[in-house]
Design a protein around this ligand. Structure first.
Ligand SMILES: NC(=O)c1ccc[n+]([C@@H]2O[C@H](COP(=O)([O-])OP(=O)(O)OC[C@H]3O[C@@H](n4cnc5c(N)ncnc54)[C@H](O)[C@@H]3O)[C@@H](O)[C@H]2O)c1
Length: 277
């Protein structure tokens, strides 16, 4: 028996990277998955975003574990879009247990990063998008009456500044940090009001993770050109450049399991000690 047999997880940004890894790891534990992803480019993002083929690949990997996945193209910025995909999954699987608000963009460097639109895109996707994801899903978790776990993917960018010089400052960078900090307050308020219903809400705060958000030409160019002072903001204490997706999925798995049944309202750093530097 898997620890998540009979459970269902709703994951945003499921096409690739961490969202895909969470889908596969929870499915390996026995959960069915409802996933959505934009599968399109956001104009202020200067690295390639995911595609429909990426989302199809996540479905294949989930199905390989023996579990099922309902996957649709959707946009967390639009409440209707999140609602319609969630309802479709609910109709198929009949319940929901875990919500992983993971979708994100990182227009913190590159050509369009210092524009008002980069600020708006970050807040729309990573603050309002998280709000939409939780607002659409919490009533069902409460109605079911047997608890649940909501995990909000924040970042070390909410814990400490990711820029140290004026040359490292962009509106996209400021917005990325503001959105990731803003969701901590959302997380605490939702954790507070949902606690009587045994619905737990926590945030995870990774430092750099090896996904296409990081392993791209925009980031490589930045590391070649940046003021070394700004790069110091990105150093881990344990001497690894990047975490792997499973390092974050392992935390998500624990946060969804009964092993964390009284863990709520917490910010979990998965940062190889970056906050110590
Ligand atoms: N990779 C890192 O170093 C790192 C570190 C800390 C936190 N994070 C956060 O982790 C989360 C996952 O990022 P990742 O590293 O897997 O990157 P990724 O780019 O591989 O995956 C992010 C996914 O979110 C999707 N997405 C973006 N906007 C969307 C929207 N409006 N609606 C639906 N889906 C949308 C993208 O299409 C993409 O598939 C993000 O919230 C990111 O900010 C990443």
């Amino acid at each position: 028996m898997g620890e998540f047999d009979g459970k269902v997880a709703f994951i945003t940004g499921a096409a690739r990277g961490q969202g895909r890894a969470h889908a596969v790891m929870l499915a390996e534990g026995g959960a069915d998955i409802i996933g959505l992803d934009l599968c399109d480019q956001v104009s202020t993002v200067d690295y390639p975003m995911s595609t429909v083929e990426d989302l199809d690949e996540t479905v294949k990997l989930v199905e390989k574990t023996g579990r099922r996945m309902i996957a649709e193209v959707g946009d967390v910025r639009k409440r209707d879009s999140v609602e319609s995909i969630f309802r479709q999954g609910l109709a198929e699987f009949g319940r929901i247990d875990f919500v992983i608000a993971n979708a994100g963009i990182m227009p913190i460097w590159g050509e369009h990063s210092d524009t008002p639109q980069a600020w708006t895109d970050c807040l729309d996707i990573m603050l309002t998008g998280v709000l939409n994801t939780v607002e659409v899903t919490w009533p069902t978790l409460v109605e079911q009456g047997d608890g649940g776990s909501i995990v909000i993917v924040s970042s070390m960018a909410s814990v400490q500044p990711i820029m140290r010089t004026l040359g490292g400052r962009t509106l996209g960078g400021l917005a990325y940090g503001a959105a990731k900090a803003g969701v901590v307050n959302l997380m605490e308020n939702y954790a507070s009001v949902l606690a009587p219903h045994y619905v737990r809400v926590n945030s995870v705060h990774p430092s750099g993770v090896r996904t296409p958000m990081i392993t791209n030409d925009m980031v490589r160019a930045r590391f070649d050109e940046a003021n070394p002072e700004d790069l110091k903001a990105l150093v881990n204490a344990i001497p690894v450049d990047l975490l792997e997706v499973d390092d974050v999925s392992n935390a998500v798995q624990w946060l969804c399991s009964d092993k964390s049944r009284f863990y709520t309202g917490s910010q979990m750093r998965i940062d190889a000690g970056a906050a110590l530097r």
